[in-house]
Design a protein around this ligand. Structure first.
Ligand code: G2I
Length: 465
């Protein structure tokens, strides 16, 4: 059974909760069932599309909240890393199926489809493969063994495979990889053919990034797909990874999906995230929600678009901060696994509704309700001064608590204009006697000094209650 989300849960989740809303919700108890309280997977089922997530086995094992979200909100699972060659066969001939099996078992236990990711790629290969200096004949044999073994193991259980990943450069030329260098561009057709032999029921995809818009790279993908189809090579779909930047959902995304559909191919949005320069303000989180909505709308507008997979559960699970310095907060849940405005936008795009009055709902005017903005005022070797400003527009606050998690071991040593405690990463600050009331149109600021150990990334979000 998937329990419906409570109304209060979503209100808190926006991170910008008005006192009036919270009290009203607490006073009325459980909200009457309505579309907004349906999990995303039920809304997606009703629309006939998949909503997926990229999962890590260790987090499913160790984090109950992660596991709950993964099971209840999504009807499709992708292995974020577990099915990559370097994980599966770190030493030649010795396979490591533990995490891949765990994810397939989890998906089956929860009635979810599995997207297999990924068979042939230039990255995350084992060292013995990358550095083996194999002949073309040996590479062909290695490819055959790997695809037969991996696709064969999960025959009938993995519905979709990303057979070849990231085969193009941004200008549309083929990426030079160990496969391209050994076998030429036809390695792609060979891999698809082998995968089809290993599981004739699996849908076979080519997957890449920066192919969301109509551009040189997606046109190269289009031409390749058209040629493969014309040759009768078993290709069923195209994956648009969609690692996007705030405000940059391509205007041609729907047209691009449509042109692949017109070739007789399915399309999936396979790795969606929308990164924001940190710290993310409440307004940026609202604009991020608009971006999520636009991507789902583009998919829903084309009947051959099979669904959307988001690349990670909570913001702290994302690959983004490790690779794009200064960027983060790219997912639908924050670092505390509270749903963000993007979650509500996706629910709405899938035909759900959101409770009117939740500040931060998509469609709300900027500044509706109360928001908390975080700023570093001053920084030195081992510490910094931070300020948090609470601003209210549509309604007032009467007694407030601001809560956040420091992501990198920062510790508050002293606070003013608020009473702050810290337990582990979690900081909780409440008003002092004279600044508990923030009227509509008013604001209040409190400050603190904190120590750092190395870096000083901003918290992903602040929850205000
Ligand atoms: O890079 C983002 C994605 C682009 N498209 C293909 C995807 O497969 C790719 O996913 C990312 C994972 O999200 C990361 O988690 O692929 C990265 C590797 O290229 C993954 O990062 C790796 C780290 O580089 C390793 O240091 C780490 O041991 O994840 C490994 C497992 O946590």
């Amino acid at each position: 059974m998937r329990p419906p989300r409570s109304r209060l849960g979503r209100a808190l989740a926006t991170g910008v909760l008005c006192a009036a809303t919270a009290l009203g919700t607490l006073a009325t108890g459980a909200a009457p069932a309505q579309a907004a309280d349906q999990p995303l997977r039920d809304l997606a089922d009703a629309k006939g599309i998949h909503i997926g997530n990229a999962l890590a086995g260790s987090k499913l094992t160790n984090n109950a909240r992660y596991r709950e979200i993964a099971a209840t909100e999504f009807n499709s699972v992708t292995a974020e890393n577990a099915m990559k060659w370097g994980v599966l066969e770190p030493n030649r001939g010795s396979y490591n199926w533990g995490e891949a099996d765990q994810l397939v078992d989890f998906a089956e236990a929860n009635g979810q489809q599995v997207r297999g990711h990924t068979l042939i790629w230039h990255s995350q290969n084992p060292g013995w493969l990358d550095n083996g200096d194999f002949s073309a004949a040996e590479m062909r044999q290695l490819m055959r063994n790997h695809i037969e073994t991996t696709v064969g193991r999960y025959e009938g259980r993995i519905a979709v495979w990303d057979v070849v990943n990231e085969m193009f450069n941004d200008d549309g030329s083929f990426r030079r990889t160990i496969w391209y260098d050994a076998l030429g561009p036809d390695y792609i057709a060979e891999a698809l053919t082998l995968a089809h032999e290993a599981d004739p029921t699996a849908k076979l995809y080519l997957n890449d990034y920066s192919v969301e818009a109509v551009n040189a790279k997606s046109t190269a993908m289009y031409n390749l797909a058209r040629d493969l189809k014309a040759r009768g090579v078993p290709l069923h779909g195209i994956g648009l990874q969609s690692h996007l930047i705030l405000g940059q959902v391509p205007s041609t995304m729907q047209a691009n999906i449509q042109r692949f559909a017109d070739l007789g191919l399915d399309v999936d949005i396979t790795e969606l995230d929308v990164r924001i320069q940190m710290p993310a303000s409440a307004d940026e989180l609202r604009r991020q929600a608009d971006d999520y909505r636009a991507v789902f709308d583009a998919c829903l507008a084309v009947s051959r678009c099979q669904g959307v997979t988001v690349w990670g559960v909570g913001d702290n699970d994302s690959w983004v901060p490790d690779v794009f310095e200064g960027y983060g907060a790219p997912l639908m849940y924050d670092g505390n696994y509270q749903a963000k405005p993007a979650y509500d936008a996706v629910a709405e795009a899938l035909g759900g509704t959101t409770d009117p009055g939740d500040p931060g709902d998509p469609g709300d005017p900027p500044g509706d309700g109360c928001v908390a903005d975080y700023a570093v005022a001053n920084e030195w070797n081992s510490g910094f001064t931070g300020n948090v400003t609470i601003r209210c527009t549509g309604s007032s606050l009467s007694g407030w608590t601001a809560t956040w998690d420091f992501p990198a071991g920062q510790r508050i040593s002293h606070a003013w204009n608020a009473s702050c405690t810290q337990s582990g990463a979690r900081v909780t600050c409440t008003n002092v006697s004279w600044n508990g009331t923030v009227p509509a149109g008013g604001s209040t600021t409190f400050g603190f000094n904190a120590t750092t150990s190395g870096s000083n990334p901003a918290p992903a979000s602040i929850t205000l209650s």
